[in-house]
Ligand binder design. Structure first.
Ligand code: GLU
Length: 441
């Protein structure tokens, strides 16, 4: 059997979001699981909308996630290949020139719909004489359409199962625009065949494209890869996510402190029959990936789920995984191990480590209810100066209990608030040896 080759083919016209990530990850996992090749392909044939800064951002986002690629291809560097393929299809009569303007096409569609017919291009251009074509070309320029064989196109989809689309219900796709710009459909077909792509996983919005791409591949003398179309993401209540995707970019999630493994672990299982499990590495996800477990129904995505996953991930990290950041914050090496052990269970993101370090190194801004202020003042007088040990908390609170008669929550809560500025956090006995100052009342 030939080597497995997959690709992730974003257009560098914006930042990639969770929807794109799902596609990228599935293709990456298929390649990695079988020891094959994963190609990053930049679909940049639109010179106006494609930007280098977006291509850079895509690479950076994939690197952040640890989704490595074996090869990078840019469609803008392969225009001669697409021109040659177009020439081949012109010669075989499968590519024809048409001249309708967008307004004319729109009118035709409306008429067809009024008559209860499907709005499929009527192939009027095929009836034009050479003289008429010359005149129209000079007047307004022409674009090029692929002439579909009007038969049923069938394939077995890796997720959706057996599919068939009647080509007569689809307009002949435009492959080359009036201004000569090569469009996605032909570029993608030529790349997938030239690059030996064996598996194409993408969103179910591409199902109709797949039907036409299968015919174009055949017209160029090739078979087609295995296709699988995953369902599209919706919001937690099933609402369309398309408008919100802009705010669910990978960079926004990164800026919000979401850990890559939390995001990858969620995306690797969302929409499948298997529960989300936090993995330690992307390779672990690949090893356990199973395309067959994915279903047809729209997939609910709730970004709020990424928070507990991120916190769980951090709780499992050894100091070595964060040592650089811990030391950059100013935590002395001698305290680093205790600092991380105490703090990792009490943070939602890495950035929150800094809040704890501030409390530890600078002393808390105490939060004290008015009715507790005398009590806290009295208690702090009973606390010896730092350094403190694990025993300090027990000894101190016993002494305070003795002196004031307070116990339980009424004893502990105001003291925690005084020492840390918050009523939730690490076990106080373990925290005391880290704290360096009494709070300033
Ligand atoms: N550039 C296309 C997209 O982002 C690629 C689709 C495909 O995977 O073929 O939708």
């Amino acid at each position: 059997m030939s080597e497995t080759v997959t690709r992730f083919a974003p257009s560098p016209t914006g930042h990639i979001h969770v929807g794109n990530l799902r596609t990228a990850l599935m293709n990456w996992m298929i390649a990695r699981k079988s020891g094959g090749t994963f190609i990053l392909r930049l679909d940049d044939t639109d010179p106006e909308r494609s930007k280098d800064e977006y291509a850079d951002a895509i690479r950076e986002d994939l690197e952040w996630l640890g989704l490595t690629w074996d090869r990078e291809e840019r469609q803008s560097a392969r225009l001669d290949r697409y021109a040659a393929a177009a020439e081949e299809m012109r010669a075989s009569g499968r590519l024809y020139e048409a001249f309708e303007t967008p307004v004319e096409l729109d009118l035709k569609r409306k008429k067809q719909l009024n008559m209860g017919k499907p709005p499929v291009y009527d192939r009027a251009a095929l009836a034009l004489s050479d003289a008429e074509k010359d005149r129209l070309r000079a007047e307004r320029g022409g674009h090029w359409r692929f002439k579909l064989d009007q038969e049923r196109i069938e394939w077995t989809d890796g997720i959706l199962g057996p599919l068939s689309i009647d080509a007569a219900s689809v307009s002949d796709p435009v492959l080359i625009r009036g201004d000569g710009q090569v469009l996605y459909t032909i570029a993608s077909v030529v790349d997938d065949t030239d690059m030996g792509v064996t598996h194409v996983v993408r969103g179910s919005d591409h199902v109709t494209n797949t039907a036409t791409q299968i015919q174009i591949m055949a017209a160029l003398g090739h078979g087609h890869p295995t296709f699988a179309h995953h369902s599209l993401l919706t919001g937690p209540k099933g609402e369309a996510l398309s408008k919100r995707l802009g705010t669910l970019s990978l960079r926004d999630l990164r800026a919000a402190g979401i850990e890559p493994m939390a995001l990858l672990s969620q995306m690797a299982r969302l929409g499948s029959s298997r529960a989300v499990e936090l993995a330690e590495t992307p390779d672990e996800l690949a090893a356990n990936f199973d395309l067959d477990s994915f279903g047809v129904a729209p997939t609910k995505f709730d970004e709020a789920d990424l928070r507990p996953l991120t916190a769980n991930y951090l709780q499992r990290l050894p100091l070595s995984a964060v040592a650089g950041q811990v030391s950059a914050m100013g935590v002395p090496d001698a305290l680093a191990d205790r600092f991380w052990t105490v703090v990792r269970d009490n943070i939602g993101t890495r950035a929150e480590m800094a809040d704890w370090w501030r409390v530890i190194s600078e002393g808390a801004t105490p939060e004290i209810d008015a009715e507790d202020s005398d009590f806290v003042r009295q208690a702090l007088n009973l606390l010896p100066e730092a350094p403190w040990t694990e025993a300090t908390w027990g000894e101190w609170t016993s002494a305070v209990k003795e002196a004031t008669g307070r116990k339980g929550k009424g004893l502990f809560k105001p003291l925690r608030l005084a020492m840390t500025g918050t009523d939730r956090g690490p076990d106080m006995a373990s925290l005391m040896p880290l704290l360096q100052k009494k709070p300033n009342l």
